[in-house]
Design a protein around this ligand. Sequence first.
Ligand SMILES: NC(=O)c1ccc[n+]([C@@H]2O[C@H](COP(=O)([O-])OP(=O)(O)OC[C@H]3O[C@@H](n4cnc5c(N)ncnc54)[C@H](O)[C@@H]3O)[C@@H](O)[C@H]2O)c1
Length: 310
Amino acid sequence: MKILVTGGAGFIGSNIVDALIAKGDKVSIIDNLSTGNKKNINPQSAFYKADISNEKKVFEIFKKEKPEIVIHEAAQIDVRKSVLDPAYDAKVNIMGSINILKAAQDSGVKKIIFASSGGTIYGECGAKAPDENVCGNPLSPYGIAKFSVEFYIKFYWQIYGLKYTILRYANVFGPRQDPFGEAGVVAIFAKRMLAGEDIFIYGDGKQMRDYVFVGDVVNANLKALTKGDNQIINIGSQKAVSVLELAKIMAEITGYTKKPVMKPKRAGELFKNFLNCAKAKKVLNWKPQYDLKKGIAKTIEFFDNQRSKE
Ligand SMILES: NC(=O)c1ccc[n+]([C@@H]2O[C@H](COP(=O)([O-])OP(=O)(O)OC[C@H]3O[C@@H](n4cnc5c(N)ncnc54)[C@H](O)[C@@H]3O)[C@@H](O)[C@H]2O)c1
């Protein structure tokens, strides 16, 4: 299959590209390398350094590549940046996504798979993990943008017949995640614990998240190539784990002995977020293959190998 992956030099996108190429697909990438890394680019892909906000350029690439399927991962991913600069967030995450949809429709793409965000669309979760029927209540411009794009995608299906699968990821972690970014606590802790540096926890550390390993997210995307048409599907572990528990598990694996440095709570941070993933099992025949410990061990192994190369 001919597949175009936006954000294919990034953490999740590059892992998807590698899996597609390994199974024999012909892959092209659009990425502006703002947070992506040249080292992640699979040499067997056709790489275009381009910004999804540049409509003309996006159209040119789609005309040349004529993909059958688009996996749209490119985004401004920093929630805090979206709060500070909602217009920039909307420019990339809404306007850029509209460019991708327009070019896809114009060049005869059959289906788009979109990286949405279960971690921000549902807002604060109670005792029960929300399924896809729970109404969205995003609290950040980033979440608002992701939610809006879902409606544009549905519009392109209804009006132009462009099929879609929207995957609402929980907190994704694994090899290649940026350990210097604002998101990605597993990558940040891994890098700092391996270097014997302090780790920081904001608030009381009891805030809970649903952590899903990148290999499982890749697998969900592969399944969505042929399944889950015109569906919104949560992709997570369905388990809520506190930051304190996470730090404990990671300390055990790395042999880290320092106590976390506790910092004041960050304004606007959610207390609990986790996802009901029954639909993914039913519609995509997907369930996570990595439990938290196994995924963390893989991630630590990656960062440890990287350290020895530095
Ligand atoms: N990591 C998570 O926990 C998580 C959770 C939910 C959703 N998502 C979504 O998954 C997708 C991938 O995220 P990631 O964690 O791999 O982040 P990432 O920053 O590693 O990947 C994003 C990629 O998009 C590229 N990019 C950014 N702006 C661009 C632009 N204007 N034009 C072209 N390319 C651009 C970056 O260079 C990068 O390679 C994003 O859409 C993100 O919103 C991630």
